[in-house]
Design a protein around this ligand. Sequence first.
Ligand code: FAD
Ligand code: NA
Length: 391
Amino acid sequence: QMNADLIVVGSGFFGLTIAERAANELGLKVLVVDRRDHIGGNAYSEADPETGIEVHRYGAHLFHTSVESVWQYVNRFTSFTNYQHKVYTNHKGVVYPLPINLGTINQFFGAAYGPDEARALIASQAGEFNVSDARNLEEKGIALIGRPLYEAFIRDYTAKQWQTDPTELPAEVISRLPVRYTYDNRYFNDTYEGLPVKGYTNWLENMADHPNIEVKLGVDFFDESQPINKKAVVGQVPIVYTGAIDRYFDYAEGELSWRTLDFEREVLPIGDFQGTSVMNYADRDVPYTRIHEFRHFHPERREYPTDKTIIMREFSRFATREDEPYYPVNTPGDRDGLLAYRGLQDGEKNVFFGGRLGTYKYLDMHMAIGSALSMFRNKLSPLFGGPEGDG
Ligand code: FAD
Ligand code: NA
């Protein structure tokens, strides 16, 4: 009845990397199921019907990595543009570069400090609290960068992201607040960065393009009314599961908490709305955290219209069970729950938990791909009699 050597639940980067390796390296027949009506998980993108501009449906995705093996691997499926990500923020109607750098500092204080002067100023302002004494996020933020910069660029933005006043957020939510004492405002520091020339969905489809890989969309792994479901297949065939770990165990150890995002798209009758791809809104009186303008991710695409643009406002809030889970909240209760689920997971023979939802960890794309490559090498390949370990 079931014509597959391996079932992969979830067609995001983790699941597709496993499927591609299993088919190409071991010659296995792989069945990938996803409950959504498209492949690719959260990295999925689509052409906006009105403008033709590529929109990242689940939020802007920037590819970057310093891991050579991951870079080699992803280049089998797509080539990359030379896009370099930069972010700006609007505070009280003035636009500043991020992450906080010498340009931000000089613009904010109306000064022309050199690196050492700026460092001394921030150190004196940060003296109000010691990092080790900070009892909440606000005190830690002030201890790290001083009150003026914290209040302008961190306080309200963080409150909007968490729907919680920073004085009520644990200090651990931020480990550091990078300040650069140069004018470099490249967002990422990685060796490799770029966007897929033909878009994310083309890249993801290329990964799944193999005669041994079958992708079934619109299939929820917990829906017992269809043939491929947890009850029917666990124990019959090895499974790589990239859905939510608490859902797999029917929330037996409680629900893990997530933040989600709401997106509002708008097509505007102008060629360029904000002159850049991402503009943050630092202040509390603006309800959204940022605006994406997708045309700026691909300045090289001559086919984009010059009289229309598409923007997307992003709003942040806590997720309910019905929402898309985006960022793990990671409360102490969540950490206990995760440990309990990891214990249960050990009892599931030949079910391998991976990816963002399966491990309850925020993973960048290159991390999801990298951890799938190592799960393949270290667990799946030996299970099927293939080579093990690095090399
Ligand atoms: P996902 O992409 O979430 O895929 C999991 C798949 O499993 C989904 O398709 C889901 O439908 C499916 N699934 C779940 N439950 C079931 C079920 N019961 N039955 C069947 N199918 C199921 N990374 C970067 O590197 N750069 C960025 O700029 C970046 N920006 C991001 C912005 C946002 C808002 C978010 C949320 C993430 C961002 N990421 C970014 C991270 C990136 O999205 C992840 O690294 C990547 O999606 C992880 O892939 P995955 O396969 O683990 O999970
Ligand atoms: Na300090």
